[in-house]
Design a binder for this molecule. Sequence first.
Ligand code: GRG
Length: 339
Amino acid sequence: MIRLPEHAVSASLSPTAAPSSDAVALVAEDMRQVDAVIRRRLASNVALIDQIANYIISAGGKRIRPMLVLLFSGALGFAGRERFELAATVEFIHTATLLHDDVVDESALRRGRRTANSLFGNAASVLVGDFVYSRAFQMMVSAGRMRILEVLADATNVIAEGEVLQLMNMHDPDLSVDDYLRVIRFKTAKLFEASARLGAVLAEADAATEEACAAYGRSLGTAFQLVDDLLDYEGATEQLGKNVGDDLREGKPTLPLLIAMERGTAAQRSLVRGAIEHGEVARLADVVQIVRETGALAATREAARAEADKACRTLELLPPTIHRAALLDLSIRSVERSS
Ligand code: GRG
C-alpha cells in the first residue's frame, strides 16, 4: 500500500524512498532539455509570432504538464529523447489554450505580466495561439505514432468542449456541482490526463498501467483546477501572477460560490447569486468574506485533497521508483499551493 500524502508540502514519503522525492528537483535536468526543445520549436520567421510566442513562453509558468510526461515515462523506465519533444508538445498545447483563454476572459494579467492580448491585441493573440497549437500538431506527427496523435487530438477536442460548456454556464447561479465538475474535467483535467497517459504510451506500458496513469492525471488535474478556483478568492494577485476576482467579474459559478450559496444565510445567498448573475466584481470583498465565513474555501480545498488522494491511490499499480515518489510529492504540492 502506498502511503498517502499528509497534506503538507514538507511531508516525507516512504522512508524507503530514494534520496529525494521532490518532483521539480528530480526532473530539473530533463526540464532544461524540454526548454531547449521549446525554444527551438517555437522559432518562426514571422516577427510578430516570434515576439508574442517568446513573450508568453519566457514568462515561465509551472510546467506541470510536461513534468507529468517526464515523471510517468521515467516511472515506467523509458529514457528515450522523444520524451523531451512530447513534453514540449503538451506545453505548447497548454500555451495555445492560455493565449485563447485570456482573449475569451478579457484577462489583463498572466504569469505576473500583462497578458498578450492586452499588450498585442486580441487578433494577434488568437492567431499566435493558432500557430503554437498547430506547431504542437507538427511535433506530434514527427513522433510518428498514431496513438500519440490520437491522445492529443482527443484531448484538445475535449478542452474546447469544456470551454464552450463553461461559456454556456456563465452567470448561472443554479449550476449543479456535477455540471461544474464536468467543465473542469474537460477544460483542465483532460490535458493532465493526456500528459500522464503519454508517459505510459512512450514506455509502451500495458493497457491497465496506461489507464492508471491517465486516472492519476485526471484526478490531479481536477484537484489543480479546484485549487485554481479557490485561489481566485483566497489568493493574492502578486503571488498568483494573475488578477484575483477575475472569475467573479465574468460571473463564473465556481465551487466556492456554489458551496457558499448552499451553506449561507438567505442574505448571503442572495448577494452571491446577484454577483454571479451580474458579474459584480465590486462585491468581491463581500463575496470573499462569505466564502470564508461559510467554510466554502476550506471545503473546496478539502475536495481538492480528496481528488489528490484518489490520484495517489492510482499509483499503486506502478513500480516503487523515485519517480513514483515524486508523483506523490507533486499531488501534495498541487493542492497545498498558494500560487
Ligand atoms: C487551443 C485546444 C485549444 C482550445 C482553446 C480557450 C480554450 C479553448 C481553452 C482554455 C483552457 C484553459 C486555459 C483552462 C484553464 C487551465 C488552467 C488551470 C490554466 C492555468 O494553468 P497553470 O497554473 O498555468 O499550470 P502556468 O502559468 O503555471 O503554466
